[in-house]
Design a protein around this ligand. Structure first.
Ligand code: HEC
Length: 253
């Protein structure tokens, strides 16, 4: 009898510890990005396409509060393009002389318009989860660019569990509240580029990287100048040093 009890206990213990075993996410895919390394720079065409993906897909749920329309000029949109993009949105402004809020067309200095007015509204539309603001998401996650790319392409046939969460092996717990946001042909690209999930993910990550770190190119250029300056200075010091010491050395002889 005791033996049976011990056996049952062991089995229960084992199955319990197995199911409680922590989920380990897959390592991120490693992508070659033009912005990597000290000579890295932005692929502006990809960023522009990525903005289209953000605008037509992600912006339905995710805000980007830190980016203003005028910032888009950094990535190659003309002043006229930016005016048009901004004016296609209605912005809440005011209060006016009567103390009332009113809507007006956007102008370049306005920030991107958030899809939800409150966190509660965002959660209510997303199965209780709040879609995070994407302005800094690439910096807010370890190995951000590779991670966001992996997450976007990592969904497996849109499977949902009993809590309405979607399986994704790159997410820390393996399940998240975001449905697979991208599917083949979701945005229309100019030219021959195919709107595959991989291509759209690549472009939107380039866009998100620029948004999170727009000063990257300036910093790289500055870093390069500092390195050259230090190299020249070092050469100068070595030469002076040799000269001073060689004189002393000769005197001693
Ligand atoms: C239908 C709404 C919806 C759309 C569209 C959507 N998302 Fe999400 N997203 C969510 C929700 C909800 C979460 C929070 C998930 C959670 O924490 O379980 C989320 C989370 C994320 C995260 C954070 C994951 C993490 O590590 O916490 C990233 C990155 C992300 N989304 C990127 C995108 C991108 C890029 C797009 C466009 C291609 C997009 N999302 C489109 C709803 C959406």
């Amino acid at each position: 009898m005791l033996l049976v009890k011990v056996a049952v206990f062991c089995i229960l213990f084992l199955t319990n510890s197995l199911s409680a075993e922590e989920f380990k996410p897959l390592p991120n895919k490693k992508i070659y990005w033009s912005f990597d390394g000290i000579t890295g720079s932005f692929d502006r065409e990809s960023i522009q396409r990525g903005y289209k993906v953000y605008k037509e897909v992600c912006a339905a749920c995710h805000s980007m509060n830190r980016i203003a329309f005028r910032n888009l000029q950094d990535v190659g949109f003309s002043e006229e393009d930016v005016k048009q993009i901004a004016a296609s949105y209605q912005v809440k402004d005011g209060p006016n002389d009567l103390g009332e809020m009113f809507d007006r067309p956007g102008i370049p200095s306005d920030y991107f318009i958030a899809p939800f007015d409150t966190k509660e509204a965002a959660a209510a539309s997303n199965n209780g989860a709040i879609p995070p603001d994407l302005s800094l998401i690439v910096k807010a996650r370890h190995d951000g660019a590779n991670y966001v790319y992996s997450l976007l392409i990592g969904y497996q046939n849109g499977e949902q569990d009993e809590n309405g969460l979607y399986f994704n092996p790159y997410f820390s717990t393996g399940r998240l509240a975001m449905a697979p946001p991208l599917s083949e042909g979701m945005v229309e690209y100019d030219g021959a580029r195919q709107a595959t999930v991989e291509n759209m993910s690549y472009d939107v990550v380039n866009f998100l990287q620029w948004a999170a770190e727009p000063e990257l190119e300036q910093r790289n250029k500055f870093g390069f100048k500092v390195v050259i300056y230090l190299a020249i200075l070092t050469m100068f010091f070595v030469l002076t040093n040799n000269r001073i010491w060689s004189r002393l050395y000769k005197k001693k002889k």
